[in-house]
Design a protein around this ligand. Structure first.
Ligand code: UDP
Length: 356
């Protein structure tokens, strides 16, 4: 006789069963996918500082081993260069992990505009492989999703709001769609296997090691101001964003992994002081003492493929505050000053990272 299929648990069931058990409780073996990237490398430093063993897996498509230069000689760091598009890679690197921070993904509006299908497929495949491997290994997962899932919602964006990735005819929604899909996928694994999951929706994050090659407004403005070139403001510059410092974001991610209340939940991570892109350009120019003009560029010229703009983006941080008592503390002016000073400083050679 056929035995009945076990009833899949819902994410809510998992939340109640996993409540009281944080992803990280005591020294652990943490896997950081995308650990050689901008946010990933800062998270790696934070986890090492907290006494965890850290294994980085990164395909170096946008990440760089030099980002890990400050911790290259740390005895608790291991680095594997490999692609998570391969299920066997995900299985191998997840096998020993207690917790997986899944940050690996293709980011940047420029890449998204150029290859929406590729971005969507890469992000979807890595999420599928990593979550399945983590569930099989009995590891918990912290997945970094994106504020893009809110699309053109009403600010402040709250975790209870419905996701709205956009219209399929436009390229922008493909990234949001893959991120939203991965959120459901993570909770699907949680429901079926009891895998503890935290979904952190990152808002605009800035700081050292961010590059402007694929979009990313602040490093672009800093470089333009220092070269005396026009600061390229897309559209009329009235669109707003909130910028959080990457060191604070990395700390928040580690805190969320240590918070029992975060398990089974989605939570916004970012700053909540809104600034328009034009005001940002003016701030960078003023702090740099630059005479660069501000050049408004019609969106249709920048993105002939019809890339749409999110007019306002700001998070509600109520849930994040309740979970970890965290609030961003670095004002934008201080962040801009730090980036200008870094860009002006002579480069020192980064220590070499030995990768598998
Ligand atoms: N932006 C801009 N000039 C640039 C790059 C970006 O005006 O050279 C604008 C972009 O249109 C968006 C904002 O800056 O409104 C933030 O862009 P970014 O790519 O950093 O992040 P997004 O919030 O769009 O994901």
């Amino acid at each position: 006789m056929l035995s009945p299929m076990p009833r899949p648990r819902s994410a809510a069931d998992t939340t109640s069963s996993a409540r009281g058990r944080a992803l990280l409780a005591g020294p652990a073996h943490a896997l950081v996918t995308g650990g050689a990237g901008f946010v990933g490398s800062h998270l790696v430093e934070e986890l090492l500082r907290r006494g965890h063993r850290v294994h980085v897996v990164d395909d170096l498509s946008t990440g760089r081993l030099a980002n890990l230069g400050a911790v290259a000689a740390h005895p608790a760091l291991r680095v594997t260069v490999a692609s998570l598009a391969e299920p066997c890679v995900a299985e191998r690197v997840c096998a020993e992990a207690d917790v997986v921070f899944h940050l690996a993904g293709v980011v940047g509006v420029r890449r998204l505009a150029d290859d929406p299908l590729g971005v969507m497929q890469a992000n979807q495949r890595s999420a599928e492989n990593v979550f399945a491997a983590a569930a099989a290994a009995g590891a918990g997962v912290l997945f970094t999703s994106s504020s893009e899932v809110y699309g053109r919602g009403c600010v402040p964006f709250c975790e209870e709001d419905p996701v709205q990735p956009g219209v399929p005819e436009g390229p922008r929604g493909s990234y949001a769609c893959a991120k939203a899909f991965a959120e459901w996928l993570a909770f699907g694994h949680a429901g079926r296997t009891g895998m503890p999951v935290v979904v952190a929706r990152l808002f605009n994050t800035v700081g050292p090691r961010q590059v402007g090659d694929h979009g990313m407004v602040l490093p672009r403005f800093v470089a333009q101001a220092q070269r005396g070139e026009p600061l390229t403001v897309y559209g009329d510059g009235s669109q707003t964003r909130c910028f959080a410092h990457v060191v604070e974001v990395a700390r928040a991610l580690a805190d969320l992994a240590e918070a029992p209340a975060a398990v089974g939940r989605v939570v916004n991570v970012g700053a909540d002081a809104e600034v328009s892109v034009r005001a940002l350009a003016e701030l960078v120019r003023a702090r740099a003492g630059s005479h660069s003009p501000i050049a408004a560029m019609p969106l249709a010229e920048v993105f002939p493929c019809g890339f749409d703009e999110v007019p306002r983006r700001a998070p509600s941080l109520k849930r994040l505050r309740a979970m970890i008592g965290w609030a961003p503390s670095r004002p934008l002016t201080a962040i801009v000053d730090e980036l200008l000073a870094n860009a002006a400083a002579p480069r020192t050679a980064a220590a070499a990272v030995v990768a598998d």
